[in-house]
Design a protein around this ligand. Sequence first.
Ligand code: MEV
Length: 351
Amino acid sequence: MTVSSAPGKVYLFGEHAVVYGEPAVPCAIERRATVTVEPREDDHVRVEAEDLSIDGFTVEYSGDAGGRPDVDVPTPLVDAAMGYIDAAVDQARDALGMPDAGFDITVESDIPLGAGLGSSAAVVVAGIDAATRAHGDPLDPREIADRAFRAEYEVQDGQASRADTFCSAMGGAVRVEGDDCRTIDAPNLPFVVGFDGGAGETGELVAGVRALRERYGFAARTVETVGDVVREGERLLTDADPDEDASDDLLSELGRLMNFNHGLLEALGVSSRSLDNMVWAARMADAYGAKLTGAGGGGCIVALDPTAETETALRFTPGCEDAFRAELADEGVRAEDDRAARRREDEGEER
Ligand code: MEV
């Protein structure tokens, strides 16, 4: 049995625009998806999802190409999650050169699904790592990132950038521009996340921005302006000392750019009333800045605030279901086999 985990992320800057070749800076956060894999004798894939912030579900389906769960699961989010797991299995089989490899897979995640925190990327990254290690053939994190991107690209009908998957595989702050993906030595940032309990449909939201961009020159320029904001933010981050806490000046400047970025995303039609409410609650609580994170339409915002004020304000904001501080996750994808073995031993001793 092999166990891998990979972190979720927030976008400091640049979601949506990154799909059109502008740079983006996502940052991995300490909320992880954990995938356990056991190879099977046959070519079937059995998936058990313990906690995807929705009711748990268990399905069994054939490993044949195009195989789908043999149960009728109505939740679109569950369908979406299955699509990502399917695609991760395909990538692992391809990497292993074992098109008929079967797996028992268990997914646990403390990243809300479809809420802008990179849940699908984390599941795909951890899944590919666990499945390839299960056959004694571990992949380098950059190859995992590349394969996870291909999986997301397929599930999202070509509407995906490398940002989420690269960030989840590598950890820390990263910069992605087209195929050019790099890690950034950034200082730790005081992220606070607000979650409205909802989710956006990434494919539809990306398609909406694409349509606007094709129709109006000013929408295309809005997308380019997001790129300008990102370049400015990236300059600030790379000039800062990664070993020191972010200074007040740095946080003020980053916060101003986050506010700007949110306004541009709002203009591109991907915010929502609850996201705007949470952004404003954070600003009124004196956060340095706040913006939606991820595809938008519902889900999460991210704010910068080292004090408890923003988290408290968000908890009292209508439409906000959860608020929490999110630490930067320095580690990307990692093996959890030892931890899992220790947990099993502890459980054995308790019995
Ligand atoms: C979704 O988390 C981020 C988007 O930029 C899409 C992508 O980069 O794949 C909206």
